[in-house]
Design a protein around this ligand. Structure first.
Ligand code: HEM
Ligand code: NAG
Ligand code: NAG
Ligand code: NAG
Length: 314
């Protein structure tokens, strides 16, 4: 048996390298100012435009649901490379890429090729939620960036706003997230905006919707045309990260079909009601669930690379 302390230490070290784990202190010595630099840049972007906080949070979600949290969502298409930006859920919809470029430039200037684009998205998501009045959490770090992307997985694995409850549950389950995680993470729809094209059929055709809510949203979303007209996901406080999303759902004021599925007489109604009456429970559960989302199949150790430019592989 391996009884030599040296051999044991070697085996332990090898095991650690083989399964490198994300850690909050990953940049403590290699780039001690990474987190403060990202935070300042996010604060300034959100001060400039509050919606940007929502857009940055969503980028982290769309990154993690496709190949794991590996920065794949940020890669641009080229004549010889197909990224994820033209996928149905992303095209004409995701935003914040310029803000990420600006953060990356600032971080490269203080620590060359040290902080990954995937970690920047995870930290920017947290700093965005905090900037909009939501909970904070400790971000685990050490993700590396992919050299690949998957248009087909972006189309298949990011849930659609037309999804029913069972489809929502299975799309999160496929990523190792529970039904309760799904309901918790959906609370992100307390901030940000959606295009008319993703909620039109709900406001014109569905019956589990508050009539005055539907007619007020129709005023900026005609039954034909105006596909890109925006409406807040949470009409009450669209730039505050609070629990109003759940209040909307219990009042049949979910904007998208998928939102209202969480409170429509099914198994998730009780969790929605609980978050509606207990904002601090939602805040603390969100902090736990988003760390879990950030753990989806990261590249670590010597896998992938640290991109110099988030839009292209090195
Ligand atoms: C549960 C399944 C989900 C579905 C079906 C869904 C779908 C959508 C859709 C269709 C939009 C509007 C896009 C547009 O009109 O261009 C949107 C916006 C948004 N989503 Fe989700 N989403 C889900 C979960 C999540 C999660 C887990 C997060 C983050 C943790 C998130 C964060 C956001 C944010 C912040 C916005 C607003 C973005 C902005 O204003 O730029 N969503 N979502
Ligand atoms: C950063 O490092 C890479 C190689 O690791 C090098 O190609 C690049 O020029 C460096 N950039 C700066 C600004 O030093
Ligand atoms: C939910 O949607 C899926 C496809 O998106 C469909 O196969 C399934 O029958 C639907 N389930 C219910 C209960 O409507
Ligand atoms: C509402 O449903 C009807 C019947 O299915 C359909 O013809 C119409 O296009 C739908 N309207 C919208 C705005 O989705």
């Amino acid at each position: 048996m391996a009884s030599s302390p040296l051999l044991m230490a070697l085996l332990l070290a090898l095991a650690a390298v083989a399964s490198a784990q994300l850690s909050p202190t990953f940049y403590a010595t290699s780039c001690p100012n990474a987190l403060s630099t990202i935070k300042a840049a996010v604060q300034s972007a959100v001060a400039n435009e509050k919606r940007m906080g929502a857009s940055l949070l969503r980028l982290h979600f769309h990154d993690c649901f496709v190949q794991g949290c590996d920065g794949s969502v940020l890669l641009d298409d080229t004549s010889s490379f197909t990224g994820e930006k033209t996928a149905g859920p992303n095209q004409n919809s995701l935003r914040g890429f310029d803000v990420v470029d600006n953060i990356k430039k600032q971080v490269e200037a203080i620590c060359n090729q040290t902080v990954s684009c995937a970690d920047i998205l995870a930290v920017a998501a947290r700093d965005s939620v905090v900037a909009l009045g939501g909970p904070t959490w400790t971000v685990k770090l050490g993700r590396r960036d992919s050299t690949t992307a998957s248009l087909s997985q972006a189309n298949s694995d990011i849930p659609s706003p037309a999804s029913n409850l069972s489809a929502l549950i299975s799309s999160f389950s496929k990523k190792g997230l529970s039904t309760t995680d799904m309901v918790t993470l959906s609370g992100a729809h307390t901030i940000g905006q959606a295009r008319c094209t993703v909620f039109r059929s709900r406001i014109y055709n569905e019956t589990n919707i508050d009539a005055s809510f539907a007619s007020s949203v129709k005023s900026n979303c005609p039954s034909t045309g105006g596909d890109n007209n925006l409406s807040p996901l949470d009409l009450q406080t669209p730039t505050t990260f609070d629990n109003d999303y759940y209040n909307n759902l219990v009042n049949k004021k979910g904007l998208m079909h998928s939102d209202q599925q969480l409170f429509n007489g099914g198994s998730t109604d009780s969790q929605v009601s609980s978050y509606n009456s207990n904002p601090s429970k939602f805040a603390s559960d969100f902090a736990v669930a988003i760390v879990k989302m950030g753990d989806i199949s990261p590249l670590t150790g010597t896998q992938g690379q640290i991109r110099l430019n988030c839009r292209k592989t090195n």
